[in-house]
Write a protein that binds this ligand. Structure first.
Ligand code: MTE
Ligand code: QUE
Ligand code: MOS
Length: 776
């Protein structure tokens, strides 16, 4: 009934009218206490003593708590290497060292300042090169991804270019800061309302911090005001702080970080400094490529190993690399612990090859599109550097389609003319592509679950393992259920995610929340439908609907002859029909279950990182974008004149929501590569910790002309209703703005070697322009 339709986001109206409930909109409980965090003022050193006297003397202070109050001292997404509160070693500036409780919310920051930390400062490691000098890393890929023979490839190459690609981190900038409300229940049980992408992880970290078994903690997530990866792991310790105080005082607590606190304390996208050596022929065909990825993990492991891996998995981008070697390492520094962020390392890998292609184009004085088109996966060239075949390859159709529809050739020649006029402005145009692997590379995470409760009035309450962060997963699940039962979307509510309804859930991440939980929801509906199908066949064959005889219906199965449509259930062969509501009531009176629970695992996955073989991804979401930019040669000011996006989303479940995801991700991606610049003091303190100094795109920065289109692809059989995941992939297309800047600058380059860094801020553009003009 509603698959493929533009159903409005289930929270659209309540978001714009302000009635949606986020953590801090929860009504205060009686006796509620507010929690604050005391953080370190050095990036590295020892915590010698915590002086609480002055804080405790404050009339609104109810307590100061330290690592001594925690049953488990550490947490971590993959390795438990991160202190919940610092015990002795301080590893980054503004690391949490203590928490305070106050009965007056307005006094929290005042009390936080009264807690004195006695510390002994040591010299921090703040950059990738400093960490490399110390050989201090959190994770090193056990084996590079390699294919063919790079030595021979370089020998066969007419040209060899060596260079680097450097990109910065990125603040998540979700609208709702990290937040939690903890409510003590009876007998040591704790209920935690969190703004978390990963309720199960939050439940476990809270339980460990409290020293109670997992079954004493329930974590509930209604929604997030944005997550973008930042609430995948790092929501957990925040919830633990709230829970510890709640447990100590036996009172409900609330912890809401201010924007400034959130930006200082939590981790960001990983900065990367990648080196490369590329061999190519006179046409720009890549014959050999060696790339070494170096990430800044920050102070702890968090998700850095998986992020580095995903970066390696995406260094091929959309391009077939016959001979290549991709290696990687993630260094430990004294920056806040970097974490998941939309794309999860993919953008940092993918942008490396797009940058290399711009370098080759500049070197050969050719148009980069020609070089891209020459190198894409095509025909029988579909083997990735990690041994997975690219099936259902849409890249050639996407490249050719967009090249034509955006009038690339004509606009390129106009740009050339414009740039020759020397107006003080330079324009550039560039295409970027993505082939984003869908699946968690950690295989065990590729599981989802759903609980579907059919009510007697033919409405549904459904709960899945997915969390809603604005991406529309609840709406998509609504559509899947609406379609399954033949009822309207408004008759389905997707309820809060809670660990007491869906257990051991995976984080809503890797763009696969809708895929795996949607598939589970469909299966749960089918279980109920199977039973109803069996019942309806009995009814149509003449059995009284509330027969006194015992109907033995256990499993039931679907039958193509029985269809659920428009609130009715029909038998096609006989033309008989019954109201769904009547059938449901009959089921109830015959003691047939109207609930369905299902668990889904993505089939066929399995990648071995020691042998570099197997199937890492279920399928790929692919797309291309062309951006045209104008740069001012005197100020470095940037304008994005136009962007065109062309994506393969299979058969989108909801094209309207997906268009929102595509435009939002694109703009977030272009922000990362243009204006979002993280600046740190020599002490390791983040200087750009508020919207006044950290510049995300605003409406003026978005492309003046902005077109989004989807290619038709009915063949993605391996995902629910043949849809494709959309959440992260278009983020990578925002990088076309950066490659277009690089293209613009190449018009003024007397140098064969380009070094533009990301983000290409006005300052960076001017610096690089100067260098290029000097032919250095
Ligand atoms: N869209 C909105 N509005 N808010 C978000 O926080 N997170 C992104 C993406 N789209 C995000 C978003 C990220 S990082 C992921 S992994 C996916 O949504 C997760 O949702 P999905 O798996 O249901 O697509
Ligand atoms: C993409 C992702 C994630 C990922 C792998 C991806 C992700 C994530 C993890 C992960 C890995 C190991 C763990 C764990 C999580 O892997 O989001 O708890 O032990 O959390 O390819 O987005
Ligand atoms: Mo998204 S970075 O996988 O939460």
């Amino acid at each position: 009934m509603s698959i493929g339709k533009n159903i409005a986001h289930d929270s659209g109206a309540s978001h714009v009218t302000g009635s949606s409930i986020f953590i801090d909109d929860r009504v205060d409980s009686i006796n509620e206490v507010f929690v604050g965090i005391v953080t370190s003022k050095i990036a590295k050193g020892k915590l010698l003593n915590i002086k609480m006297k002055r804080a405790l003397a404050h009339k609104n202070c109810l307590g100061v708590y330290t690592s001594k109050d925690l049953a488990a001292k550490k947490w971590g997404a993959i390795f438990h290497d991160q202190p919940i509160l610092v015990e002795e070693d301080i590893s980054y500036f503004d690391e949490a060292c203590a928490i305070i409780a106050s009965d007056d919310r307005s006094k929290v920051l005042e009390i936080v300042k009264l807690v004195e930390l006695e510390t002994k400062e040591e010299k921090p490691t703040l950059t990738i090169s400093e960490a490399r000098a110390l050989d201090d890393y959190v994770y090193k890929a056990p084996k590079p991804f390699s294919q063919g023979d790079i030595k021979k490839g370089f020998e066969d190459s007419e040209h060899i270019l060596e260079g680097e690609f450097i990109c910065g981190g990125q603040e998540h900038f979700y609208m709702e800061s990290q937040a939690a409300v903890a409510i003590p229940v009876e007998n040591g049980q704790m209920q935690v309302h969190a703004s978390s992408q990963h309720p199960s992880e939050t439940q476990r970290v809270v339980a460990e911090a409290l020293g109670v078994p997992f079954h004493k903690v329930v974590c509930v997530v209604k929604r997030m005001g944005g997550g973008f990866g930042g609430k995948e792991s790092q929501a957990a310790p925040i919830a633990a702080y709230a829970a510890i105080v709640a447990s100590k005082l036996n009172r409900p607590t609330r912890l809401i970080l201010t924007k400034d606190e959130d930006m200082k304390i939590t981790g960001k996208r990983h900065p990367f400094e990648n080196t490369y050596k590329v061999g190519f022929d006179k046409d720009g065909r890549i014959l050999s490529l060696k790339v070494h990825l170096q990430a800044d993990a920050g102070a702890y492991t968090d998700l850095s190993s998986s992020i580095l891996e995903r970066a390696m998995f995406h260094t091929d981008g959309a391009y077939y690399l016959e001979n290549c070697e991709i290696s990687g390492i993630s260094y430990r520094t004294n920056n806040s612990s970097n974490t998941a962020y939309r794309g999860f390392g993919g953008p940092q890998g993918n942008m490396t090859i797009e940058s290399i292609i711009e370098d080759i184009a500049n070197y050969l004085n050719k148009d980069a599109y020609e070089i891209r088109r020459l190198n894409i996966y095509e025909g029988d060239k579909t083997l990735t550097p990690y041994g997975q075949e690219l099936e259902n390859n849409m890249l050639p159709a996407l490249f050719d389609g967009l090249y034509k529809s955006c009038d690339y050739q004509k606009r390129l020649s106009e740009i050339e003319k414009f740039n020759n006029l020397k107006t003080g402005k330079i324009r550039g145009i560039s295409m970027s592509a993505t082939k984003f692997g869908i699946a968690f590379t950690a295989r065990f995470l590729n599981q989802g679950s759903a609980l579907v409760n059919l009510q007697l009035d033919a409405t549904v309450q459904a709960s899945t393992g997915a969390t809603e962060m604005g991406q529309g997963v609840n709406t998509k699940i609504q559509q899947i259920i609406s379609h399954a039962f033949g009822i309207e979307p408004k008759d389905i509510i997707v309820m809060s995610t809670s660990t007491e309804k869906n257990h051991n859930t995976s984080p809503t991440a890797a763009s696969s929340g809708s895929d795996i939980n949607g598939a589970a929801a469909l299966d749960a509906c089918n279980k109920i439908k199977g039973r109803l199908t069996e019942l309806v066949k009995l009814i149509f064959s003449g059995v009284e609907s509330d027969a006194i005889i015992e109907l033995e219906i256990k499993k039931g199965s679907l039958d193509p002859d029985i269809v659920f449509e428009n609130n009715k259930v029909k038998q096609l062969s006989s033309g008989k029909e019954i109201d769904l509501k009547e059938l449901i009531n009959s089921a109830y009176f015959n003691r047939i279950s109207l609930g369905g629970y299902s668990h889904y695992k993505t089939p066929g996955l399995g990648f071995c990182k020691d042998r570099i073989e197997g199937k890492a991804f279920n399928y790929y979401t692919q797309g291309v974008a062309v951006s045209e930019v104008q740069v001012c040669e005197y100020t470095g000011d940037l304008k994005v004149l136009r962007s065109d996006i062309y994506m393969d989303l299979g058969r989108p479940l909801n094209p309207g929501i997906d268009k929102g995801q595509v435009t939002g991700a694109f703009v977030q991606g272009m922000g990362w590569v243009t204006t979002e610049n993280l600046v740190y003091a020599d002490s390791g303190e983040l200087k750009t910790y508020s919207p006044t100094t950290y510049k995300i795109p605003n409406i003026q920065d978005t492309p003046r002309v902005f077109n989004v289109d989807f290619i038709t692809n009915n063949d993605n059989e391996c995902n629910v209703h043949r849809s494709k995941a959309v959440g992260e992939p278009p983020f990578l297309l925002g990088t076309s703005v950066w490659t277009a800047i690089k293209h613009a600058l190449s018009y003024r380059a007397d140098s064969k070697q380009m070094n533009l860094k990301s983000p290409a801020t006005g300052e960076e553009i001017l610096t690089e322009l100067q260098r290029l003009k000097n032919g250095k």
